[in-house]
Each structure stands twice: as structure tokens, then as C-alpha cells.
Design a protein. Structure first.
Length: 585
């Protein structure tokens, strides 16, 4: 029965049904999550993998969460628990066993049919506001090792049997996490999401038959691979090398870390290979990548550089090879090296290097660099709420931009970082001030900070905030001060990051890029995020687009004249004749 051939209509309907199941999971997490990380920022992902542990459906998930990792976590679950039963569920966040980093707590539930056959696995991955780190942040860039990091780490640990919680695990988490009620609410949201997915798949299997679903899976992967073949054949063959450098952080060399990506495109064989082996070993800090994020970072750079209509699943993945080295900072980590910030900083440098390398093949492919993370305006805040005496820990998403320009369009401004593809949402100021004792004094885009180009990168953001009452701690890992996002194909760099502490008397002190900063009442933090790189020569940008940017206040007339060779007055009125003269010189 598994050799059944489905027609196009059947394929489209079943794909929509499976993607719909993943969306229902995500909607459950959004509407029932307790922490702002989930119910406001949407820093979570839900996906479905096959019984053979291949990514099938992921709906609107964060790329860094799902392109690689769910497959490995599902394999580890099966290895550690070979006798899977309906009603089982497992907690998994071990970066040494397939997860992205410890903060991305994942609940896996096997979908077992009425005959006891394991058909699929559903995964609900939710970034945690607190996972028990020794410091109140889930991005602990200065962690010397996993013991200093201190996170609770679960390598596919069973947390439910016959749909009932295993209380020992729950109590362990509640004793180690600073906001146990918030964590328990998020855990229940993950359980609800996974069980919704399980219910949907069981109903679908009973409705259409498991053999038909198996035939769909095989054909959908083949179809996805065929689209990937077409996309790669449209590219030029060649080997290109690019590098992207991370600022120096604690535990890093004084010059920072340069990530080298060697990309080989074989259009005849329709294969793309990314070689990350020629990079430094793991470092005594929290910036090492997990295997999942090293592979995913490379894959993000590839998918950002090809036709966006290619499905992102195990079928298209067949045409991508990522070469990693054990013990490498962008490879396969060796315990006890920490991967606390494994989804963001260095992973972004991998993705950026790959898409910039592909841009080196010529105009029309690749993408500029997306800006770096994580400014204090997207940091983890914690403390005791002076309004009610209760402890709080939460990651805020007050502002980020960072989007990179592409061959045919300007940047998507609220990309945040290359790994989340703009899927995390920016917080409303009022809600952040309601849920935490915050006062946000200013939030804006910085003028003249975009990556100039024929297509422009996003500008930097500027946020000033501090405690409304009492005091707060702000943890962040802000890259991109010394190494802002690079433009490609003649495009210019985006704006650089920076952060300052403003004292009560107005004094301003520059802060380190990686820190846990104590902010007292009357003090504020100024957070400047990175902009994104530009694509193409700025002097080829449409003059009307430059004039519009001046009218909106994004760039000044001086920048328009000097960088874009466009003559515009302060009101944004374009002088066509003067522009023609500027561009002819």
C-alpha cells in the first residue's frame, strides 16, 4: 500500500492538514504560555517529524529551532526509550544530544496509532525565561563551562507516562527555577501544544489511513528535493569563502572570533556543501554552538540565498551537506563546554558568512549580513518587583531591527537576528511596563544607521529604559559593536551596537558587550542595536526611494548626497537635475 501515488490535489490538501496541525500547536503555546517570551514575543516553535526522525512540517517556526535538531532529538528519544507508548512525553534541552541550547526546553510526544505503531513525533520547543542558570539569564555568554552555566539539562528525560506528569521531574524544576509558577505555566502550555498536535495527527491517520500518510511523506520529500534541485541548478557553480567576525567577549581571544565558511555549489549535481571545519576549537565561554545550531546556521544561510518557495524539510535537506568537526566552536561540542548562547551570536556569524559567501558568486544571489544580537533592549531582566514583592525573570523584546538587504528588496526591519527570520514579535511598551517594574523613556530608529545599498539594510534601534521602582538586573550578549553587519556586492555596513548606563545625575558610562548589569532606581540603560548590511552600490538606489527615506527621517539630506549621490532638501523634495549631475561625476 505504501507505493500508492497521490495526485497533486491530495498532496496539497495533506500538506495543508499537517502544516495546520503544527499551527494549532503554535497557537496553543501562544495563547496559554505564561511568560512574555512565549505569549508576547513568540519565541517558540512547533513541528512534526516522521517516525524515522525526519522533519516534515514546521509551519511558522523559527529556523534556528527546527531546520536541524528536532531530527536529532527524536532519534535520541528513540535510542533512550525504545519502547514508546501513547501518552508518553519527554523533556529535552541537551545541546550535547541534539537540542539548540539549554534555554530551548522541548517537549517531545510520540504519536502512536491504535495498533501501537509509532507514526510521528510532535515537538513543542519554548525558549525559557529561566532554566536554572547560575545567573538570571538564559544567554550566559561568560559561562566558563556547563557547570558555571548551571542550567537544568534534560537529555530526553521522560516527564509523562500515560498522559500523567512524573512529579519528581516537575518538583526538581520548581526547586531550581527562580519563577516556578511561571515555568509551570509554560510547561503546561508545551504539554497542551504537543497533545493538540498528537490529537490532530491521530484523527488524520484514522480519516485518511496511515498508508496514505506514509505515501504522502515519501512523495512530499521527493517533491521538495526536486524543487531544491531546480533552485541549485539556477546558480553558478563555484567555491567561495567568507568570514564573519564576532566581537571579543569573556572567554574569547582579544580579537574576537572569526568564523570561516567555505561554500561549494555544484549546480550540475545540484548540491551545496558548507564546510565549517577550519575554525577554532570550543572556548571556555557560553558562545559555543551545539551541533544542531551549527548545522542550522549553515542551512539558514543557504535557504536565505535561494528561491524562497523551496520547502524546508528533510527532502530539500538531501541536497545540503554541512561538514562539522568535533570539538570546534562551530561544530560538535564536547561536554562540558557551554552552549548557553548557542542559538544567536556565533550561529548568526555562520549564517551570515554562508549567505555573504553565496553573494560573492555575483549579483542576484545571496544576501548581506543580518545585524548581530543581543542588545540590552532584548536582554533578560530580573529582580524583585517593588510593586508587589514578587520575583520576576523575563526576556524583553523592546526593540530590534538588524534585517539585511537582498538582491531584489530592502531589508525586513524587524528581523531581530538571522536565526529567527523576523518571527519573534516586538513587545508593546505598555505591556512590558505592566508586567515588570519598567519605565521605557524612549524607543526609536537611529537616523543614518542603515546599511546603504541599492537595497538598504535595516537601521539601528535606540531604547532607553530602567526600573520604575526598586532595581533590576539586565543580562545581555551584545555583539556587533566592533564588527557591524557587512554589506555585499558594494553595499555598506549597518550601524554598530552599543550600550550605556545613565546615572541619576546624567553621567553616561559605556558598558561591556557581554554583562549582567545592575540598574538602580533613577538609572537607565541606553541600548543601541545593530543595523543590517546593504546590497549593491548605494549610488544605484532609486532616487525616489532615497527621497522617501529622507522624508521619513531615516536618513539626512547630507547622507543622501554623500552616500547615495542624490540631491534632496530637508523636506525630502528630490532635485532630479542635481541628482543626475551628482551621479555622472
Amino acid at each position: 500500500m505504501t507505493d500508492k501515488v497521490l495526485n497533486g490535489a491530495e498532496m496539497a490538501v495533506l500538506n495543508s492538514r499537517l502544516e495546520g496541525a503544527a499551527r494549532k500547536m503554535a497557537n496553543t503555546l501562544l495563547r496559554t504560555g505564561r511568560s512574555g517570551v512565549l505569549n508576547r514575543a513568540k519565541d517558540f516553535s512547533c513541528c512534526i517529524v516522521t517516525a524515522d526522525c525526519e522533519l516534515l512540517a514546521s509551519a511558522e517556526s523559527l529556523p534556528i529551532h527546527v531546520l536541524s535538531g528536532p531530527d536529532m532529538m527524536a532519534r535520541v528519544m528513540k535510542e533512550f526509550h525504545p519502547d514508546l507508548k501513547r501518552g508518553d512525553a519527554f523533556l529535552h534541552n541537551s545541546p550535547y544530544h541534539g537540542c539548540s541550547h539549554a534555554a530551548d526546553l522541548t517537549l517531545l510526544a510520540p504519536v502512536v496509532d491504535d495498533e501501537g505503531v509509532h507514526r510521528f513525533t510532535v515537538l513543542a520547543k519554548a525558549h525559557q525565561a529561566d532554566i536554572g542558570n547560575s545567573e538570571p539569564t538564559t544567554y550566559m555568554g561568560n559561562a566558563r563551562d556547563v557547570y558555571h552555566e548551571g542550567a537544568l539539562i534534560f537529555p530526553a528525560v521522560q516527564v509523562q507516562r500515560d498522559y500523567k506528569d512524573i512529579g519528581d521531574i516537575i518538583r526538581l524544576c520548581e526547586m531550581r527555577i527562580r519563577v516556578p509558577a511561571q515555568w509551570r505555566g509554560d510547561y503546561l502550555a508545551m504539554v497542551g501544544a504537543a497533545r493538540i498536535g498528537e490529537k490532530e495527527l491521530l484523527a488524520l491517520g484514522r480519516e485518511v489511513g496511515w498508508d496514505k500518510l506514509q505515501a504522502f511523506t515519501r512523495q512530499w520529500f521527493d517533491y521538495s528535493e526536486a524543487l531544491m534541485v531546480e533552485a541549485v541548478k539556477a546558480m553558478s557553480s563555484g567555491t567561495v569563502t567568507a568570514s564573519s567576525t564576532h566581537d571579543p567577549f569573556p572567554g574569547m581571544p582579544p580579537e574576537g572570533v572569526t568564523v570561516k565558511s567555505v561554500v561549494t555549489i555544484d549546480s550540475d549535481a545540484s548540491r551545496i556543501t558548507v564546510d565549517l571545519t577550519d575554525n577554532i576549537d570550543c572556548l571556555p565561554c557560553g558562545m559555543n554552538l551545539s551541533e544542531a545550531t551549527a548545522r542550522t546556521g549553515a542551512m539558514i544561510g543557504v535557504f536565505n540565498s535561494i528561491d524562497h518557495r523551496v520547502p524546508k524539510n528533510a527532502g530539500s535537506f538531501r541536497r545540503i551537506e554541512v561538514k562539522l568537526r568535533r570539538g570546534c566552536i562551530v561544530g560538535i561540542p564536547v561536554h562540558p563546554y557551554s552552549c548557553s548562547a548557542g542559538t544567536t551570536n556565533i550561529a548568526d556569524r555562520v549564517a551570515n558568512g554562508v549567505q555573504a559567501a553565496i553573494a560573492g558568486l555575483g549579483q542576484g544571489v545571496g544576501m548581506a549580513e543580518v545585524g548581530a544580537v543581543i542588545a540590552p533592549s532584548s536582554g533578560v531582566i530580573s529582580g524583585i518587583d517593588a510593586r508587589n514583592g514578587k520575583a520576576f525573570v523575563n526576556q524583553i523584546f523592546l526593540a530590534f531591527s538588524a534585517g539585511a538587504a537582498a538582491p531584489k528588496n530592502d531589508a525586513w526591519w524587524s528581523t531581530a537576528h538571522v536565526g529567527n527570520a523576523g518571527l519573534c514579535c516586538i513587545d508593546g511598551v505598555e505591556l512590558d511596563e505592566l508586567y515588570q517594574p519598567l519605565l521605557v523613556k524612549k524607543r526609536a530608529f537611529l537616523t543614518d544607521s542603515e546599511g546603504a545599498g541599492r537595497h538598504s539594510g535595516a537601521p539601528s534601534t535606540y531604547v532607553e529604559f530602567g526600573p520604575l521602582k526598586g532595581e533590576i538586573d539586565v543580562g545581555y550578549v551584545s555583539d556587533g559593536h566592533q564588527n557591524p553587519a557587512k554589506g555585499v556586492c558594494g553595499g555598506q555596513n549597518g550601524g554598530a551596537a552599543n550600550q550605556f548606563l545613565m546615572s541619576r545625575d546624567g553621567g553616561k558610562v559605556e558598558l561591556a558587550g557581554c554583562a549582567l548589569v545592575h540598574v538602580s532606581e533613577g538609572e537607565t540603560i541606553i541600548a543601541i542595536s545593530t543595523g543590517g548590511g546593504g546590497y549593491g552600490d548605494p549610488t544605484t538606489r532609486a532616487p525616489e526611494a532615497v527621497a522617501e527615506d529622507v522624508r521619513e527621517g531615516y536618513i539626512t539630506p547630507d547622507r543622501a548626497r554623500i552616500i547615495y549621490k542624490v540631491s534632496v532638501d530637508a523636506a525630502g523634495n528630490l532635485d532630479v537635475a542635481a541628482t543626475r549631475r551628482l551621479r555622472s561625476n
